[in-house]
Design a protein around this ligand. Structure first.
Ligand SMILES: C[S@@+](CC[C@H](N)C(=O)[O-])C[C@H]1O[C@@H](n2cnc3c(N)ncnc32)[C@H](O)[C@@H]1O
Length: 241
């Protein structure tokens, strides 16, 4: 069961990505020229996408993948190119529309089922792998862990996801961001302390069969994000929890 803080944040994000930020997001995720600052974000995001995809099996033929918070669909396309059957879901109808439009000419897109809605919708069915690239970064740690727990219940392989790591700079930006008038603000990115995340994952009963097996941080000037792979524990490991 998701919390009210999760639902409130999800509706703020829908509004933000579907209205306030849709043009900026469309540009950032295209080949169009962007400012130097945004170019570092674009480079960082490319590196992060590659990292997450490198943690999945190379041959994804017939594997069912959930691109949770797919945005304009770049990761979905790469997964489909490797043979995956992708369900790409986002709460923003405009971003999903843009993804559909952009990938219309790609034959691999026939393996992508685009949906508008919440990544935690149980009617999406079971998956081999779930990928949530930068789509959980605006949620509080308890809500991230609850989302991971829900996703794990319908994942046979791994849930790979990113968080905004808690660093002094990000914490400062988080608090300065709060000084802006409400209407001008993007929903804040919530910095996550790695120790807290690990402790919560380790003590969440639903995640008993899973462990945070890998992590990798991408820091490209104005882009900072940390990837984790939540994978099924081996039977030996399970006894040691
Ligand atoms: C920072 S963008 C990243 C998009 C994409 N993963 C990428 O890396 O290009 C975060 C996306 O997550 C979506 N999102 C946030 N919460 C969601 C939820 N609960 N279910 C589905 N999508 C969600 C937002 O609408 C937004 O498009």
């Amino acid at each position: 069961m998701t919390s009210t803080t999760y639902a409130t944040r999800r509706s703020q994000l829908t509004q933000y990505f579907d209205r306030t930020a849709v043009d900026a997001w469309a540009r950032l995720t295209s080949d169009a020229p962007v400012s130097k600052i945004r170019a570092t974000v674009r480079a960082g995001r490319d590196a992060m996408r590659e990292t997450l995809l490198s943690w999945l099996p190379q041959d994804l033929t017939g594997r069912r993948i959930l691109d949770a918070g797919c945005g304009t669909g770049a990761l979905s396309l790469e997964a489909a190119r490797r043979g995956a059957e992708v369900v790409a879901i986002d709460v923003s109808p405009k971003l999903v529309g843009l993804a559909r439009e952009r990938l219309a000419e790609c034959p691999e897109a026939a393996r992508i089922d685009f949906r508008v809605g919440c990544m935690l919708d149980t009617s999406l069915g079971r998956f081999d792998h779930v990928v949530a690239m930068d789509s959980l970064i605006h949620y509080a740690t308890p809500d991230i862990v609850r989302a991971l727990a829900e996703l794990s219940l319908r994942t046979d392989g791994s849930v790979v996801f990113t968080v905004a790591p808690r660093t002094p700079l990000l914490t400062l930006m988080h608090w300065t961001g709060r000084a802006f008038p409400r209407a001008d603000r993007a929903p804040a990115i919530v910095p996550v302390a790695e120790g807290t995340l690990r402790r919560r994952v380790a003590t969440e009963p639903v995640l008993g069969a899973f462990t945070l097996a890998r992590t990798h941080r991408v820091n490209s000037a104005f882009y900072l994000s940390q990837a984790f792979a939540l994978t099924r524990r081996s039977t030996d490991e399970r006894g040691t929890r």
